[in-house]
Every structure is written in structure tokens, then in C-alpha cells.
Design a protein around this ligand. Structure first.
Ligand code: 0A1
Ligand code: ZN
Length: 875
């Protein structure tokens, strides 16, 4: 059993007391930091009357002193329990002073105040503030924070807090101090401080109303040259939020700090974002194009939170998607505007359809607004983030961009400075549109991925075409029965010549609104039998079933005007073949690719130069993860083998085309991070990866040459991975060694180096990973290193992780048990692949369950790991 109880949304009650102001003073010390807090407390007129004040406080916090209205509290005036400090009898309003002592050096969980490579930083979302001091650590308690930091001036020259710096000074003992005031009331989860020996890149931004904002991005001196891209992204995001949402920044200064030890990607603390180095540092020499894009989108995401999250925040943690779903939707639209909208959409849907759909079908499935949890950290999920964004996108689609914008305006205006719910968000949309969105809200309360079964009928005599749509949703842990969803289904109808019919309002895409379990839509004036293009732009997060023939999919692939659906038609075509070949493989039959399939690829290859970005997408087979997600039962070996076979066959039969395309897309001039250049590199490196599966010395030479001469990490890394995962063992070892010696002092590059080896599908994967655990570049306390080695092995190396002898599962369980005592959040996240045991055949199921049971039997688990393991076992 876990010591932590389940918390339910239905039990929500408003806070008994409010905190108008909090003033904090930190005397920073590695092992004994003193924190003095002074709170102005008053009873909440909105809550039931009580004389007891309950404050959260983690067991690691030592209480040194407590005073009420200036007088020491007697020992019998309060109670200290593991998670709380309760004052037994307090007046209506009063001043409370608390002094605590905490140990940042011992903080390996990286929640609260901790040390990252010798610098102090904090992470308070969701419940980290209670590891600093005693406080009502819940998002609906919003207060004005003043923070004073005191630290040794030579070792910690930079002292940062939320808001604006108002005062600074020096002490006689070599320490200095700075006081920061944040005028905007905020919940404790948005509190932050940083102290360290940091350098910064500074710039200015003039807001739409003409205010000057100072922008600063802090990092260690060695990383100063890697901050330009984040700064550009920040300025673009600030401008975009003004133009698209009318949102202006509100403080005089906006700071970002890069830290190497961080559990997640980044954190939107008011005016003082703290970022995982992997999400802010970027330089062409050391960062791949994917890394550049991640930096841009995470910088934008955290910036957008200033309105969707900070100015308007969440009432309780069940409402997490209020800020995360909306903010992800905003950052997705931003990225689409900055780059190719189709490529962006394909990437988003890829994540949703592989990882989120898998989550929705597993033991941790939960609604976008969960109804209960044991540990909130386990709910920073793809469902809350990505499906939450898809739900906001559906509102955008249903209401149209203009009405949606009015709804957002009303939401921000109505709730500025408040802590609210997803219902409040939808209500603002309902109010501006005059629509009843009651049924739509089921997207927030029902888990599971709906399935749409579509059939059609064409009657030539009446020129009438009908689409019949049935929707259903599988049972999930919280509910067996589901009610129908309200969703937008975007469709087009194609003529035999490939053009689209003009439908309602002179448009070629029509929005159908689904609300019933079964509905029929009628199209009149259709003068030839059409081919439907369904769920254009992936208008809803559902699984679509329609009986396309292979020829029809190939037709959509070449003709659909909807870029997303062209890509998807290609994916579905490939997926069908994958499934046929898996069946052949399992029956011991020889594998072969149909000529029609190769011909389709040949024609895509021929047209590739016209749109390299699209071509790179179209020429990528469905990932092993996506194939697994769509499979009845996952056979990791068969999936890997078949996909590899298809790549080899396509490489062999189209070798000259790949080679020609590879040569054509060489860079003419130096590196740029433009969308066109990124597309060119992705197509070229895809060609190289196909050529390398042929294991020909000529192609190896190409890869080696690219590795040696590349002026950027995208090309160098693509060459490395193509050789490292090839049969050329000696060359692989050579390049890996060369890469190590070239980049050993670049921590983020070393993460990539670990990852290439962790994801190598060839035999002996586990032994290689075990060796790497001992390598000097590995650091068992750093989440990025753990993710790059253990996480990558368990999630992106299916053939080795799912070894028949269960060694992969045992390895993961060993590490979870070890990690749980050190960093429960990371331990719980690493568990994901084991939670999927039901999707495999009986032998693997038994092995995976046995490891989950072994973890369970250990006892003394954190709430994080306990929740995931217990839910996985009882499903
Ligand atoms: N709010 C952040 C995500 C985040 C959540 C928890 C963290 O610590 C455990 C850190 C960051 C975001 O959405 O970017
Ligand atoms: Zn976020």
C-alpha cells in the first residue's frame, strides 16, 4: 500500500484561508538553507468557517521557528504531521512568520530547491513549494510574492527571482543580496529562484503598446554562444501572441535560465522560466534540426503560459489541461506559422496517434480532466497535453478562428487574476458563440479514443451521396459505458480526375458535426461517384475506419488537396502492407514487396524535389511504435523484421533514385536553419539511411565522408546513426569513438551519443547499455542521461528490450527500484513500457507482469511509482 491517498475532483473545496502577500528570505547554503517567510493571512469569506489553518509541508523540511502576530507559537498550538503543519486555533486575519531549514544538496528528486551543477534552482510545479516552506501549496491560493536571496557574492554573482529586482546590497561577510517583487498574484507553483555563476544574452522587446521589455537568457559561460536561437524564438513568440491573441507581456523583464538537471522540458515560472538545457541551448555545430525546432517550440510554449497559465491559472490540478492543452494548441499554431503547416501537423498527429492513443488504451488511461489521482506528477501526460490540445483545436474548428478568438478574449478578460476550471474555458467559448457546448465537454470527462466507422452510398440517378458515421468508444478504467462525443469531421469529395467537389458555401472541405452515435450526412448535386477524403487535417482525435481499397488510398496519396490526408493515405497504404507481411512472417512465408507499392514510391521519389519536406514525410514508413499501436497483438520481432525488410527492398529496388536524390540535395552553401534548408537535409539524410541498409562499401564511404565533412550536427549525426546501426561493425565503432572524442565536453551531444547506442537494434543491446552505464559521460543522477540511455533503450529499441528471456524487463525493473528512492518522478515515467504488458502475447505478458509484481513487492515505494505499478497490475 502507498501512504498517499487517492484525491478526487468531486471532493474539491475552496481554501479556508487566503494569503494576500508572502515575503521570503533565502540564506542560501548547500546543506542548510534558511528560509524565512512572512505571510499575511485572512480567512476566505467564500469558505466554511474554521479556526484551523492547514499548511502543506514535505517531511524533508525542518521547522525552526513559528510566530503568529509576532509571538512565538507554543508547541501545543500546532501539529506537525508527515505532509502538513496544522495551526489549531487562528484568528480571522493575522501575520504568520515561519523559519525553515532545507538541504538543497540532498535533494535528488529535483523538486523544490536543489543544486544543478553547483547552481541553485527551483522547481515548484506541481507540489514543490512545500519542500521549501509551509504554505497552502494549491493553485487556487494566489499571493503577491517578494523574494530576497542572500548568497556568497563570488560563487553566486547572479541572484534571480520572479518579477522585478527592486533592491540589492552587500553584507560584511562576503555575501550579497537582491530583493525581487512580483506584482502579479500567483500560486506557489509559479515561484522560482536561481543563484549561480551565470552569463547572459540580453536583448530588448518593444511591446505593442510601446513598453520596453528586457529579455535575458542565462547559461554557463561555455554555453553563451548557444543562446541566439532561443532569443529569436522568444521575440517571435512575443510578437505572435500580440498579433494572434492580442496578448502583451506584463513585466519589465523576462528571464530564461538553462539548467542541466531538470525532470521535464521547461517551466513557466512568472518572469523567470527555468529550462532544461536540452530545450534552450542550440548551435548548428552541436544541435540537430530537430533540436532547433524543439527549442523554438518550448520557448514559445513557456512564453505563452504567461497568459494561458499564469495570468489565468488552474483552480486545482484536475484542471491541468486548462493551461497545458490550451498552451500546447497555441505553441502548435505558432510552429505551424513559423514553418510548414503540414509538416507540423504530421508531427503532432504522429505523437497523438502513437503515444497518446497507446496511453488511452492502457492502464493509466484517464480523461483530459482526470477525476482522481494519487500523485499529480503522473498526470503530466500526453492525454493532458496533446489530447488536451486536440480538444481545444476542435473548439477552434467548430467555432471558426474569429469566434474562437473572441472566446479567448472573453476568457482572459473574465478570469484575469483568477484560478479557474476547464468548464470556465468552455463557457467563454459558449457565451461568445451562443452555442450549447454541454455535450462537447464530454471530451474532458470521458477517456478513451473514439472510433468512427464510416460507410457510404452513391445514387447516380438522384446525384445523391450519403455518408453514414457510427461512433463508439472503448471502455477505460474510469468508465465502461461512454456517451457520444460532439466532434468536427472535415470531409472533401474527390472526382475521378482528382479535383475536389465544391461543397457547402463554395468550399471544397465541409465540416460535418457529429453528435449522435450514428448519423447520416447527405450531399446533393454530386454528378459522379466520389471518393471521400475523411477527417481532413485530422479534425478530431479519433480512429477512423472506412473500407478504402489500396487503389483508392494510392489515388488520395497523389491527388488529395489536403496535405495531411495525402500523407496519411500513404501511411495507411504502407501499414496495410506491413500487416500482410507480418502475417506472412509469422507463418514462415517468404516476404516480398508488390510491384505496385514500389511503383508508388518511385513516383513519390520522382516528385520529391518539388517539395522535399513533404517527400521526406511520404518516404518514411510508419514507425515501429505506430505499427505496434495499431496491432491487435504486438509482436516486436516481427514488426522490426518486416519494417527492416521493407526498407531494404525499397532501398534495393530504387537504389539509383535514392542516390540521385541524395546527390541533388547536397548543400550548396553553408548551414542555415531555414525551413527550406531543414527540409533539404531531412530528405537527403533519409536517402542516406535507405542507402546504408544495403550494406555496400560505396554507400558506407558516402556516410563516412558526410560524417567527416559536415559543418552541422544534423548531417554529422545522421551519418553517425546510419553507420552505427549498420552491419559495418568496425566502422561503427570507429565513428562512435571519433564522435566521443570530438564532443566529449558537450553534455547534450553526449546524450545523443548515448541514445544512438541505446537504440541500436542489433543483437546484444542490453550488454552495450550496461557497459555504457559505467561510462564517464553517463551520470546516474541526471534525468537527461537516464532518458537518453535507459529510457531510449526501453522505449525505442523494441527488439532488445522485449528479448524473449525477459532480460530487458528485469533490467528496467532493477533501475526503477534503484531510481525510486532518488527521483520518483523519473522512475514513474520510465515505467511506461512495462505498463503496456496486455498488448503482448502470453509469454511476454507473464514476464512483464512478474517484473511489475517484483517492484510492487518491494514496498516503501513512492506514491509516483506505486500509482503506476498498482494501476498496471489491476487492470
Ligand atoms: N508546466 C511545465 C511542465 C512542468 C511540469 C512539472 C515540472 O516539474 C515536475 C516541470 C515542468 C510545462 O508545461 O512546460
Ligand atoms: Zn506547459
Amino acid at each position: 500500500m502507498s501512504a498517499k491517498p487517492t484525491i478526487y475532483l468531486k471532493d474539491y473545496t475552496p481554501p479556508s484561508f487566503l494569503i494576500d502577500t508572502i515575503s521570503l528570505r533565502f540564506e542560501l547554503d548547500e546543506t542548510a538553507t534558511r528560509v524565512k517567510s512572512q505571510l499575511q493571512v485572512r480567512r476566505n469569506p467564500q469558505a466554511a468557517v474554521t479556526r484551523q489553518l492547514q499548511l502543506h509541508g514535505h517531511e524533508s523540511v525542518e521547522l525552526c521557528e513559528i510566530k503568529l502576530n509576532g509571538a512565538h507559537l507554543a508547541a501545543d498550538a500546532y501539529q506537525r504531521e508527515a505532509e502538513f503543519l496544522t495551526l489549531l486555533d487562528v484568528p480571522e486575519s493575522f501575520e504568520l512568520e515561519i523559519e525553515t531549514c532545507i538541504n538543497p544538496e540532498a535533494n535528488t528528486a529535483l523538486e523544490g530547491l536543489y543544486l544543478s551543477d553547483g547552481m541553485y534552482c527551483t522547481q515548484c510545479e506541481a507540489e514543490g513549494f512545500r519542500r521549501i516552506t509551509f504554505y497552502p501549496d494549491r493553485p487556487d491560493v494566489m499571493s503577491v510574492f517578494t523574494t530576497t536571496l542572500v548568497a556568497d557574492a563570488s560563487r553566486f554573482p547572479v541572484l534571480l527571482g520572479n518579477g522585478n529586482p527592486v533592491q540589492r546590497g552587500e553584507l560584511d561577510d562576503g555575501r550579497h543580496w537582491v530583493t525581487w517583487v512580483d506584482p502579479f498574484p500567483k500560486p506557489a507553483y509559479l515561484f522560482a529562484l536561481v543563484a549561480g555563476d551565470l552569463q547572459c544574452l540580453e536583448d530588448q522587446f518593444t511591446t505593442c503598446s510601446g513598453r520596453q521589455v528586457t529579455l535575458q537568457i542565462y547559461a554557463e559561460a561555455k554555453d553563451l554562444e548557444k543562446l541566439d536561437h532561443a532569443m529569436t524564438a522568444l521575440k517571435n513568440a512575443m510578437r505572435w501572441d500580440e498579433e494572434v491573441y492580442g496578448r502583451e507581456y506584463d513585466l519589465d523583464i523576462y528571464m530564461i535560465v538553462a539548467v542541466d538537471f531538470f525532470n521535464m522540458g521547461a517551466m513557466e515560472n512568472k518572469g523567470l522560466n527555468i529550462f532544461n538545457t536540452a530545450c534552450v541551448l542550440a548551435h548548428p555545430r552541436t544541435t540537430t534540426d530537430a533540436g532547433f525546432q524543439r527549442v523554438e517550440s518550448v520557448v514559445a510554449h513557456e512564453y505563452f503560459h504567461n497568459w494561458s497559465g499564469n495570468r489565468v491559472t488552474c483552480r486545482d490540478w484536475f484542471q491541468l489541461s486548462l493551461k497545458e492543452g490550451f498552451t500546447v494548441f497555441r505553441d502548435q499554431c505558432f510552429s505551424a506559422d513559423m514553418h510548414s503547416a503540414v509538416v507540423q501537423r504530421v508531427d503532432e498527429v504522429g505523437i497523438l496517434r502513437t503515444a497518446q492513443f497507446a496511453e488511452d488504451a492502457g492502464p493509466m488511461a484517464h480523461p483530459v480532466r482526470p477525476a482522481s489521482f494519487i500523485e499529480i506528477s503522473n498526470f503530466y501526460t500526453l492525454t493532458v497535453y496533446e489530447k488536451g490540445a486536440a480538444v481545444v483545436r476542435m473548439l477552434h474548428t467548430l467555432l471558426g478562428a474569429d469566434v474562437f478568438r473572441k472566446g479567448a478574449d472573453l476568457y482572459f478578460e473574465r478570469h484575469d487574476g483568477q484560478a479557474v476550471t476547464t468548464d470556465d474555458f468552455v463557457q467563454a467559448m459558449a457565451d461568445v458563440s451562443g452555442r450549447d457546448l454541454t455535450q462537447f465537454k464530454r471530451w474532458y470527462s470521458q477517456a478513451g479514443t473514439p472510433r468512427l466507422k464510416v460507410s457510404d452510398h452513391y445514387d447516380a440517378a438522384s446525384q445523391r451521396y450519403q455518408l453514414n458515421v457510427q461512433q463508439s468508444c472503448p471502455a477505460t478504467p474510469e468508465a465502461q459505458q461512454k456517451l457520444p462525443f460532439h466532434l468536427p469531421l472535415s470531409v472533401g469529395l474527390l472526382r475521378a480526375d482528382g479535383s475536389s467537389f465544391v461543397l457547402k458555401d463554395g468550399k471544397t472541405t465541409q465540416l460535418l458535426e457529429l453528435t449522435e452515435a450514428e448519423q447520416t450526412f447527405v450531399f446533393d448535386g454530386i454528378d459522379e461517384a466520389p471518393l471521400p477524403s475523411l477527417l481532413r487535417d485530422f479534425s478530431a482525435p479519433v480512429k477512423l475506419v472506412y473500407g478504402y481499397t489500396d487503389e483508392q488510398l494510392a489515388f488520395l496519396l497523389s491527388h488529395d488537396e489536403d496535405g495531411f490526408n495525402r500523407w496519411d493515405a500513404g501511411q495507411q497504404l504502407s501499414l496495410r502492407l506491413v500487416n500482410r507481411l507480418i502475417a506472412d512472417y509469422q507463418q514462415g512465408k517468404p516476404l516480398s514487396l508488390p510491384d505496385t507499392f514500389v511503383a508508388t514510391w518511385q513516383s513519390v521519389l520522382q516528385q520529391a524535389p518539388q517539395d522535399p519536406a513533404m517527400a521526406a514525410l511520404l518516404l518514411t514508413l510508419p514507425s515501429e511504435a505506430y505499427i505496434s499501436e495499431t496491432a491487435e497483438q504486438i509482436d516486436p520481432l516481427a514488426i522490426h523484421h518486416v519494417r527492416h525488410f521493407m526498407r531494404c527492398a525499397l532501398a534495393e529496388q530504387l537504389e539509383s533514385s535514392w542516390l540521385e536524390l541524395y546527390r541533388q540535395h547536397d548543400s550548396q552553401s553553408g548551414y542555415t536553419a531555414s525551413a527550406a534548408d531543414m527540409a533539404r537535409r531531412s530528405l537527403r539524410n533519409l536517402c542516406l539511411s535507405y542507402l546504408m541498409v544495403l550494406e555496400s562499401p560505396a554507400h558506407l564511404a558516402l556516410a563516412q565522408q558526410q560524417f567527416e565533412t559536415a559543418d552541422n550536427m544534423t548531417d554529422q549525426f545522421a551519418a553517425l546513426i546510419s553507420v552505427a546501426h549498420s552491419g559495418f561493425r568496425d566502422s561503427a565503432d570507429e565513428l562512435l569513438a571519433e564522435f566521443l572524442s570530438q564532443w566529449q565536453h558537450e553534455s547534450l551531444v553526449m546524450n545523443q551519443w548515448l541514445m544512438v547506442q541505446a537504440t541500436d537494434p542489433r543483437e546484444g543491446g542490453l550488454a552495450r547499455v550496461q557497459q555504457l552505464l559505467e561510462h564517464p559521460v553517463y551520470d546516474a543522477r541526471n534525468p537527461n542521461k537516464i532518458r537518453s540511455l535507459i529510457g531510449a533503450f526501453c522505449q525505442q529499441n523494441a527488439v532488445n528490450f522485449h528479448a524473449q528471456d525477459g532480460s530487458g524487463y528485469r533490467f528496467l525493473a532493477d533501475h526503477i527500484l534503484q531510481l525510486d528512492a532518488q527521483n520518483p518522478q523519473i522512475a514513474a515515467r520510465l515505467l511506461t513500457p512495462l505498463t503496456r504488458w496486455r498488448r503482448y502475447a502470453a509469454d511476454r505478458q507473464a514476464l512483464m507482469q512478474a517484473q511489475l509484481q517484483r517492484i510492487m513487492d518491494k514496498g516503501q515505494l513512492s506514491g509516483d511509482v506505486y500509482e503506476v505499478v498498482s494501476k498496471s497490475l489491476c487492470q
